[in-house]
Write a new protein. Structure first.
Lengths: 358, 219
């Protein structure tokens, strides 16, 4: 099943023209700078922008085309607004019941399941104006889930929150990702949120789609703005394979990485078998033609140069592949010449720092 | 002490004010909702029309109503002048702004986001109006109800023109006071005036007390 989008809107000097076909599974992040039309696109999908023209289909269900506009209250979406928008005249339970009463006993997740997932059992009888920012978002998320949506739309749910509240909501979003099979569109302008939650990425710039595809490919595509940024990173999905109790290190085998491709991470709190996401920043990866034998760096991975791209006058961005897994390295142009870097070359990546995405 | 005629005038006044307020809430709510939401270019004209009774001498309104509803008007022998029905029609026009304006203000103050949130929770526009808009506009409804009622109790000019002064049928308290003064029955005028003063104060106290944090469109 997929979400087919062909929407356009012209409002003053802002124009939105989005053509995309997104897989309706997992989390798709809509990513781009402020004002690029992310929220407008999300609102248009929910039917909240009646001036938007074009077509919109989820699976075999048409929500909008030339002569047809399914009103927002008939679209099976759950929407979490940036500022939660809880009804102030209803308690937390009243807000949840508002959704539950109108959606009957659909096939969606049950009340108890949703309340537990959002971690709001203790808030049910509270009045909504007295909730903290993080609590409001969790209630809003639970309320949206109770409509048994076929598509969940999250509009920067973390943007208005402080660190503490973000730390509360993030695990909740991850549980959502793991436990429910509802496809999610997630609007964000923070790359760390995207790296943590998204499976697919839709890059938006000036109201148009710059590119879309699987997260790991998109992060490392040299022709896109993401790889060019100072914060450029690759994300690796890995499984905890062993714990070294003596040195308090965790060994991680990464999926699709092939034989011998593993990483060490400081710390020993993760259980063996746990799947995690790792971030490897381009600036933390250096290249060497022969594996160093006397180095303090633990993570040395055999890789293959995939492509190169100039990154300013002094630096070069190198896209690498460790088996199927793409990685980025930022090296100087001087080193590029010294190592005679070229596509197809086999060498070793020294990864100075790997971090859990959390 | 008030006489039977005064009691009759009191009952007519309360009946008139109650009925007028009810009718105004029924027609004023959709009108105020429309005014609060429309971007139509003719909106200021409609708002001016609604507000007209605020500035017009009541006798002007009463005069036109008399022409329209009287025996020489389009209704002919079904004339409503000097009847209780005529009185209700006149009061509805005269108290219209006191109901529509607080409602319009209350509706306009409701963040659109609540209605959008309701839509994404599968509430139809009609459902949203009754389950979100009305509860959120409750202070506006309270203000509108009390002001509409109190202002109808206090009207004089329109009533005099369209209703005449028929005891037991169209004689309301404000006119009863006028008549008592004309007849130099000051004691009886005192009873009714004092009663109206207290009633009006109590009603307004209720509005301002309950709506402490809500903007009241004053009379």
């Amino acid at each position: 099943m997929s979400l087919e989008i062909g929407l356009r809107l012209s409002r003053g000097d802002f124009a939105l023209a989005v053509e995309a076909c997104l897989p309706a599974r997992g989390v798709t992040a809509i990513f781009g700078p402020s004002g690029c039309g992310k929220t407008t696109l999300l609102r248009a999908i929910a039917g909240l922008e009646p001036q938007v023209s074009g077509r919109l289909r989820l699976g075999d269900e048409t929500w909008q085309d030339k002569a047809y506009f399914l009103p927002p209250h008939q679209r099976p979406v759950g929407y979490v607004f940036q500022h939660a928008v809880l009804f102030p005249h209803l308690s937390v339970r009243g807000n949840l019941d508002f959704a539950r009463r109108r959606c009957g006993d659909g096939p969606g997740p049950g009340f108890d399941e949703v309340v537990e997932l959002a971690g709001i059992e203790h808030l049910l009888s509270r009045a909504t104006p007295n909730l903290s920012g993080g609590e409001r978002q969790r209630v809003a998320l639970a309320r949206a889930l109770l409509t048994a949506p076929r598509l969940l739309l999250l509009d920067e749910p973390l943007a208005a929150l402080d660190r503490q509240a973000k730390a509360e909501l993030m695990p909740c979003l991850e549980r959502l990702h793991e436990n429910l099979s509802i496809p999610v569109l997630y609007v964000s302008h923070a790359i760390d949120e995207v790296a943590r939650l998204a499976d697919q990425l839709l890059l938006l710039a000036d109201g148009q789609v710059e590119a879309s595809g699987p997260l790991m490919e998109m992060l490392t595509r040299l022709d896109l703005t993401l790889a060019g940024s100072e914060e450029a990173l690759a994300v690796i999905e890995a499984t905890v394979s062993a714990i070294d109790r003596d040195y308090h290190l965790t060994r991680l085998a990464f999926a699709g990485g092939g034989e011998g491709r593993e990483l060490w991470l400081p710390g020993d709190h993760l259980p063996v078998g746990r799947k995690v996401r790792l971030a490897v920043h381009a600036r933390d990866v250096s290249l060497t033609l022969r594996p160093p034998t006397q180095s303090s760096i633990l993570n040395i991975i055999p890789v293959c140069v995939d492509a190169l791209s100039s990154s300013g006058p002094a630096q070069t961005l190198v896209r690498l592949r460790a088996g199927e897994i793409p990685l980025l390295a930022r090296v100087t142009r001087k080193s590029e010449t010294a190592l005679d870097l070229h596509a197809g070359q086999a060498l070793f990546a020294q990864v100075k720092s790997v971090s859990l995405v959390e | 002490m008030p006489t039977d005629a005064d009691i009759a005038a009191l009952l007519i006044t309360l009946k008139l004010a109650g009925l007028t307020t009810l009718i105004l809430l029924i027609i004023g709510t959709p009108l105020a909702w429309w005014l609060a939401r429309t971007h139509w270019r003719g909106k200021p004209a409609v708002e001016a029309l609604v507000a007209l009774p605020l500035v017009l001498p009541p006798t002007v309104l009463g005069f036109y109503l008399l022409v329209l509803l009287g025996a020489n008007g389009p209704l002919g022998e079904h004339s409503l002048a000097f009847t209780f029905t005529g009185l209700v029609i006149g009061s509805v026009f005269y108290s219209l702004p006191f109901v529509v304006q607080p409602l319009q203000g209350a509706f306009a103050a409701i963040d659109r986001g609540y209605m959008e949130a309701a839509a994404t929770l599968r509430a139809s526009p009609r459902d949203t109006f009754f389950s979100v808009v009305v509860p959120l506009a409750r202070p506006g409804f309270l203000t509108a109800t009390v002001l509409g009622f109190a202002h109808t109790v206090g009207e004089f000019g329109v009533v005099l023109m369209i209703g005449g002064n028929i005891p037991g049928s169209t004689q309301v308290l404000s006119i009863a006071i006028y008549e008592h003064v004309e007849n130099l029955e000051y004691a009886r005028a005192h009873w009714i005036s004092g009663g109206l003063l207290l009633l009006s104060f109590a009603l307004l106290l209720m509005v301002y007390g309950l709506n402490r944090r809500f903007k009241v469109v004053g009379p």
